[in-house]
Unconditional design. Structure first.
Lengths: 196, 293
């Protein structure tokens, strides 16, 4: 049986994400979130003891969501080039279908470090996502498709690029939809990381 | 007077390192009260090799040191013929060291079809399959003298040793060399910072240490009763394994920061998750030297 409490927690996190995207992190209160899930504030505390705890759970939830999708790609018997493309596709799809998720990652997790300082040291709270990106890189190097280099120089190139595009989209600066950039960006990233 | 176990030490394509290691066994006098060599390359023994190769001399245990090729001869007799002759006579055959077990360093030489007795690295070799069930492997470059001697005593006392897939006694080879390493604290927190010969730092992350995926008891049964490679500040080189020797033994092969070889039995995702957590914290006590020189 799927854990009912877990389902409820995910509902709360989803509502909180939407509110954070709409009103901003600091302006959103626990009573706001409770109201949007039609729950009493008292009951809400049975799920999350504080907004900071909720904030950390949300980033782990997003990391788990993306990590699971990338793991599915990593486990397919396809070339590194194809994996690169599919990871970019999934990232942009998530940014389009669940913009609040990527928005939270870029605007709240990365820029509100005081909330995440304790309990989210290093990359602990984004571990599932980062692990899959590491495995994608590692397997790419092992099979000779990607060039051996420092992990962070590759990670920065990959995620910085994607994050930048999603940010531009969020600012309504991009003239086209994100999915229309998949071909070019996949080509650019693969070329930059490739062993050739 | 009690009967001594009769042992034939047969050197194949070898550097004699196992023999020298064996000579460091600290209780040799006791050993020689219980065992006698019918022939040994350097210890006094009853028969010369010339007599051994052309007669069926009664014997209990055949020890083979060194890699095997049908081209190689001892006393003008192909080594494979000597092995076939004596394997019929003895109760047990013991491959002493990694060359005799897997081919080892001499596998890189020009001898034709050179390998260990039953294994060519990880692959089975069928030349001596009729004696597979009589064989025990004690790998190592060189073999650990106590592990060799303890194995011989187990044979003498008819103790049934549980063996792994490479015929190595699990008593000594089910563990990894990481087990008992005094640097585990540094391994746990992913702190390498090692200088060769220094007491601090784990050598797995940068310096090529293979202890977490090498089967052996080097850190449980110490060398010369006092030390091991990792305790002395040198990385484990994986010398008990079929893959020995690898290249670049002093640096850790990595792909985008992830070690190519992970601790035995630990999945890549498990390793990366644990490593990610450890890396997130700085343990100041372990980042610097524990005491000044």
């Amino acid at each position: 049986m799927i854990d009912k409490k877990q389902i409820k927690k995910e509902q709360i996190m989803q509502c909180a994400l939407e509110l954070f995207a709409l009103k901003g992190f600091y302006s959103t209160t626990i009573p706001d979130i409770a109201a949007s899930v039609k729950m009493s504030v008292g009951n809400m505390y049975n799920y999350f003891k504080s907004k900071d705890i909720l904030a950390k759970e949300i980033i782990k939830y997003i990391s788990g969501y993306l990590g699971k999708k990338i793991r599915e790609i990593n486990e397919q018997d396809i070339s590194t080039k194809e994996k690169t493309r599919r990871i970019i596709e999934i990232y942009f799809q998530t940014a389009s279908l669940k913009p609040e998720m990527i928005d939270y990652f870029l605007r709240i997790y990365l820029s509100t470090r005081e909330v995440f300082r304790e309990g989210c040291e290093g990359m602990i709270c984004v571990n599932e996502f980062v692990t899959e990106i590491m495995i994608y890189f590692e397997e790419g190097v092992k099979c000779g498709d990607l060039r051996e280099q420092d992990f962070f120089s590759a990670f920065g190139l990959f995620m910085g690029y994607l994050g930048g595009m999603v940010f531009l989209k969020g600012e309504n600066i991009l003239p086209k939809d994100l999915d229309e950039y998949v071909d070019d960006i996949s080509h650019n990233i693969y070329k930059a990381l490739s062993a050739d | 007077m009690k009967r001594k176990m009769r042992v034939l030490w047969l050197s194949a394509i070898a550097c004699n390192g196992n023999m020298h290691s064996f000579l460091n066994y600290p209780y040799m006098e006791q050993f020689l009260n219980d065992f006698e060599f019918i022939s040994h390359p350097i210890l006094d023994s009853e028969y010369t090799l010339e007599v051994i190769v052309s007669n069926d001399i009664p014997c209990d245990i055949l020890l083979i040191e060194g890699a095997i090729s049908e081209e190689f001869q001892r006393a003008d007799v192909p080594i494979v013929n000597i092995i076939q002759r004596y394997s019929k006579i003895v109760q047990k055959i013991v491959t002493v060291g990694t060359c005799a077990t897997f081919g080892g360093i001499f596998r890189e030489s020009d001898y034709k079809d050179i390998s260990g007795l039953h294994f060519d690295k990880e692959s089975r070799v069928d030349t001596f399959k009729n004696i597979f069930d009589k064989t025990i492997s004690v790998s190592g470059c060189p073999v650990h003298p106590e592990i060799l001697v303890n194995t011989l005593y187990a044979i003498k006392k008819s103790i049934a040793l549980e063996l792994d897939n490479y015929l190595r006694p699990k008593e000594y080879f089910a563990y990894t060399v990481h087990n008992g390493c005094v640097r585990n604290e540094y391994f746990e927190y992913k702190i390498d910072n090692h200088q060769f010969g220094a007491l601090e730092g784990c050598m797995f992350y940068e310096h090529g240490c293979q202890a977490p995926y090498t089967h052996g008891s080097c850190n449980k049964i110490l060398w010369n009763e006092v030390n091991s490679k990792t305790r002395a500040g040198l990385p484990c080189m994986g010398c008990t394994e079929p893959s020995f020797p690898k290249q670049n033994l002093f640096s850790t092969k990595k792909n985008m920061g992830i070690p190519e070889y992970l601790p035995t039995g630990v999945g890549k995702r498990t390793y990366l998750t644990l490593a990610g957590i450890s890396k997130a914290f700085t343990i100041e006590r372990l980042e610097k030297k524990l005491f000044d020189d």
